[in-house]
Design a protein around this ligand. Structure first.
Ligand code: PMP
Length: 385
């Protein structure tokens, strides 16, 4: 259909194709945890299969999981959502984006999207009939979204705003004060907020994630999107969840009914148990520590090799500035693939404000990251960049 002509295949794919077949290549392009799903969660899934939990489940997801999600939201996010009417389970956070936008966007409605941004945001807005409007974030402000900038892009057609903190691709984390200012802005312009918090547990330097839906009066205009992919290293299980006002959840469930029908049933049972198991949270903390160790090393090495880099506070990405090398982010990334045998992602893949930067994922073993840093440094020296 016409609408699909307006969403292009991700730039990242093309670079990954270029890297295919190059021997000894190290990929820092990966957008998922390199850890295996914790053993006990896999056991829960096997138990669910053995119990014969292999059929359809409710469109909104099983009640056990919605209740476990409600408990988690209350405990960790300060969000009070009714598991019966204000929470649903989705096929990953990605699917929730499109379903979320489809509940309220009308043709021509504009959505403010902080740039650089996760690659699915603009396509999700377009597929739901809206128009994404990029709002730049800047290195000088640690890539944190700022209300002054939002004010420059808001129009009478603006209906919504996306937040993604901790952020992919920059690793920025919004402070509580940032969120309070953004909340005031949303109320003033009567906007719905879609808050994508999939990296919430991966925060460093004593920083913590704050959920905008927990601020006074904000639940009623916020769609909080999250999932199991990053938290429990479960990307392939395809499981996410949403908390939102009842009128939004009701429409999203209707979308789900005619789309995926329901998320995979035995996977939901495993996730419900995982959320209530201390071992899962210990595993999260172990992963967080290891990401942090890598983050410190990569940040130091990048700055030492002459790529000025903001120290990211969250997620598992780092976003060095490469524009001083006199190359576009795509040229720089191609050079790294060909000469250093290291895959990095050009910042331009994440929107206009990403040009001049590259994204490095540190969801890769420490030793491999060190080797990649050595190789990149060598190429930059050899080329005099
Ligand atoms: N949001 C962001 C910011 C992401 O980086 C990703 C995955 N890379 C997703 C959503 C999608 O997550 P899921 O696997 O739950 O669909």
């Amino acid at each position: 259909s016409d609408v699909l002509e307006r969403v292009n295949p991700s730039e990242i794919r093309k670079l990954f194709d270029l890297a295919q077949g190059i021997e000894g290549i190290i990929s820092l392009g990966i957008g998922e945890p390199d850890f295996d799903t914790p053993e006990h969660i896999k056991e829960y899934a096997k138990e669910a299969l053995d119990k014969g939990l292999t059929h359809y489940s409710p469109n909104a997801g099983i009640s056990e999981l919605r209740e476990a999600v409600a408990e988690k939201l209350k405990r960790d996010n300060g969000i009070d959502a009714d598991p019966k009417t204000q929470i649903m389970i989705t096929v990953g956070a990605n699917q929730a984006l499109l379903m979320g936008f489809a509940t309220f966007l009308k043709d021509g409605d504009e959505v403010l999207v902080p740039s650089p941004m996760f690659v699915s945001y603009a396509p999700a807005v377009i597929l739901a009939g809206g128009k994404p409007v990029e709002v730049p974030t800047y290195e000088e402000n640690e890539f944190r979204l700022n209300v002054d900038e939002l004010e420059r892009y808001v129009t009478s057609k603006t209906r919504a705003l996306i937040l993604n903190s901790p952020n992919n691709p920059t690793g920025s984390v919004l402070t509580k004060k940032d969120l309070e200012e953004i909340a005031d802005f949303a109320v003033e312009h009567d906007l719905i907020i879609l808050s994508d918090e999939v990296y919430e547990y991966f925060v460093y330097d004593g920083v913590r994630n704050h959920s905008i839906a927990s601020l006074d009066g904000m639940f009623e205009r916020t769609i909080t999107i999250n999932g199991f992919s990053k938290t429990f290293a479960m990307t392939g299980w395809r499981l996410g969840f949403v908390a939102a006002p009842e009128w939004i959840i009701e429409k999203m469930v209707r979308f789900q009914m005619y789309n995926a029908t329901c998320p995979v049933t035995f996977v939901q049972y495993a996730a419900a148990k995982a959320l209530r198991d201390e071992r899962s949270w210990r595993a999260v903390e172990e992963m967080r520590r290891e990401y942090d160790r890598r983050r410190q090393m990569v940040w130091k090495r990048l700055n030492e090799m002459g790529l000025p880099t903001v120290k990211p506070k969250g997620a598992f990405y780092i976003f060095p500035r490469i524009k001083d090398a006199g190359l576009t982010s795509k040229e720089f990334s191609e050079l790294m693939i060909k000469e250093a045998k290291v895959v990095v992602v050009p910042g331009s893949a994440f929107g206009k404000a990403g040009e001049g930067y590259i994204r490095i994922s540190y969801a890769t073993a420490y030793e491999k990251l060190e080797e990649a840093m050595d190789r990149m440094e060598k190429v930059l020296k050899e080329k005099g960049l």
